[in-house]
Design a binder for this molecule. Structure first.
Ligand SMILES: [Zn+2]
Ligand SMILES: [Zn+2]
Length: 101
């Protein structure tokens, strides 16, 4: 009888899975916390209670051009393509808006 040798082999693909989480729409694209479902039955979750991020329609992503920008004191991220970094690196004001807040 041979004994089983347990060798857990976990794939080291953290980088890609973080990017996936960022774009999942179920997680905050900035701190990656799973977003709560109970926001008055809104289909899209627009804020994160953990890091204070909010989805702001008046900005668009520098990389993909979509208005799926989230901002928090921790940084800025695009929920569409996973672009993230500082506010000026990630977002540009969409038409009619300026950087003020
Ligand atoms: Zn967050
Ligand atoms: Zn983007």
């Amino acid at each position: 009888m041979e004994e089983d040798i347990i060798q857990k082999h976990k794939p080291q693909n953290r980088g890609t899975s973080i990017s996936k989480l960022r774009r999942s729409r179920k997680h905050c694209p900035i701190c990656l916390t799973l977003l709560e479902k109970n926001l008055k039955r809104t289909r899209l979750k627009r804020q994160c209670t953990v890091c204070g991020a909010q989805r702001l329609d008046k900005f668009q992503c520098k990389k993909c051009g979509r208005r799926e920008i989230w901002m928090s004191p921790m940084g800025t991220a695009c929920q569409s393509c996973g672009n993230h970094g500082s506010k000026l690196e990630v977002a540009i004001p969409s038409a009619g808006s300026t950087f003020q807040k």
